[in-house]
Every structure is written in structure tokens, then in C-alpha cells.
Design a protein around this ligand. Sequence first.
Ligand code: TYC
Length: 128
Amino acid sequence: MSFRLAAVRTAWDLQAATGSPTPGPLPGPEESDATVAERQLQRTQPPRLYQVLLLNDDFTPMEFVVMVLQEFFRHDLDTATLIMLKIHHEGRGVCGVFTKDVAATKVELVLSAAQRAGHPLQCTMEAA
Ligand code: TYC
């Protein structure tokens, strides 16, 4: 018996066991009840996640980076300072991990805040 037909038969058996509504004849593999049975077998995949990163440069003030980490990524002062220093020493660092649209929005907000303030701070995202 095919997997598809087995799924249909299981749904039919369940209907028969619970007694309601009265099951009709067992459908063949080409009949429309198969759609319902197969839909139960699909699994929603979790969304892919993306890291938002800040890159080091020689000009953006440390205080501005700490402010960005607090305001846009909701880090407290101590955590924001640690992340900023990690970026300063290692060249780049993770600000947070988000779904694609949220990550893209964070990148845009950070870049426009940096531009407005006249700093060359770079922000990017990559698949986690
Ligand atoms: N390197 C900068 C400085 O010495 C500070 C800095 C840290 C800049 C992190 C960018 O993403 C950055 N003023």
C-alpha cells in the first residue's frame, strides 16, 4: 500500500472509530479526501535566522556604537560596552539574531542613524 493511500486509510479508520460522521466507502487513491489527509502530514519549517553585525572602523566614536547597541538592539550598558570593545578589537561582532525582515530593518535603521550623525559605521547581516 502506498504511503498516500495509508494516510487516507488512517483518516478513514479514525472517522469510523469515532463514529461521526458516518464514513462513506473507503476512497480510492485518486479521490479528493486524500487532500485533507496529506495536508496533515506537512510540517511548517522554522524561519531562517540572520545575524546583524557591526564592523569596526577608526572614526566612529565608541559612545555612538554603545548607543546603537542600546537603542536598536536593546542591550544594557554593560553588555553594549562589551560588544563594542569586542568589535573594536576583533573587527566585527554580532549585535543580535533575527528573522530576515527584522534583521534587514535593523541594518537600515543603524546605517541611517550613522549617516545622519556623520559616522562611517558599517552594519551588515548574514545567515546564522
Ligand atoms: N574603533 C572605533 C574607535 O576607536 C570604535 C568602534 C567600535 C567603531 C565598534 C566601530 O563597530 C565599531 N573610535
